[in-house]
Design a protein. Structure first.
Length: 240
């Protein structure tokens, strides 16, 4: 079974990705920062589908901890076939009221996390000399920007730029790098969003489901997607 590391897989989109991949015959490697009980529940579910249910726990904003955990995992298991960079946070505020800590925490988690997770994994993936997949979760906020999300939009736009550059570097190694940019998805991340106003921006007049994002991730991991790299695929009901 092809092992795929999925950061932030205890709930929401990450959980949906893990379950979807397990059903498709992949072996998801689960990750959380704090919510280990929720992650164990996901692990139990994917084990019932035949997956191993490996669990990793570290803060992707902590470079040393991330490197230590992933290096140890690679030493024990070899390079993963795929990496899905899903973990992230939002901390919204109008720019004049944005605090230094809000900017720093979001950038360190969402954008630095891209580097922190991939740095210990890319070279082993290259050295494995097999096809590989890297998929980074961006956001519509990183594509068009969003009011009150200067920090989040900056981080998610940065992920797109980083993924596009890395895709060029890894293309000859048969490792694809793509982004998936969800719109408004029914997860805990949208709690507090003024639903009526958000709905007006969506031509389909509904929020997306985590499973709809997971389906795109599964496709990008597949052999059918082997010639797709350096792309941003949006899942947003027609918002842009």
């Amino acid at each position: 079974m092809k092992k795929v590391i999925i950061t932030g897989s205890s709930r929401g989109i990450g959980r949906a990705i893990a379950i979807n991949l397990a059903r498709a015959g992949y072996d998801p490697v689960l990750h959380c920062v704090k919510n280990r009980d929720a992650l164990k529940s996901v692990a139990d579910e994917i084990r019932s589908l035949g997956a191993t249910g490996d669990i990793l726990q570290f803060d992707i904003a902590d470079r040393a901890a991330t490197q230590a955990a992933l290096t140890a995992w690679v030493e024990a298991n070899g390079a993963p076939f795929g990496v899905v960079l899903n973990a992230g946070i939002a901390d919204d505020a109008p720019f004049p009221g944005l605090e230094d800590d809000q900017w720093d925490r979001v950038l360190r988690t969402d954008l630095d996390g891209f580097y922190n997770v991939l740095k210990p994994l890319v070279l082993p993936m290259v050295q494995a000399r097999t096809r590989g997949r890297i998929i980074a979760l961006s956001s519509i906020s990183g594509v068009i920007g969003n009011r009150g999300q200067t920090n989040y939009s900056a981080a998610k736009a940065g992920i797109i730029g980083a993924a596009k550059a890395l895709a060029v570097e890894l293309a000859r190694r048969n490792i694809t790098v793509n982004c998936v940019a969800p719109g408004v998805i029914e997860t805990e991340m949208i709690e507090g969003v003024f639903a009526e106003e958000a709905m007006k921006m969506i031509p389909m007049r509904r929020f997306g489901k985590p499973e709809e994002v997971a389906a795109v991730v599964k496709f990008l991991l597949s052999e059918e997607a082997a010639y797709i790299t350096r792309q941003v695929i949006q899942v947003n009901g027609g918002m842009f």
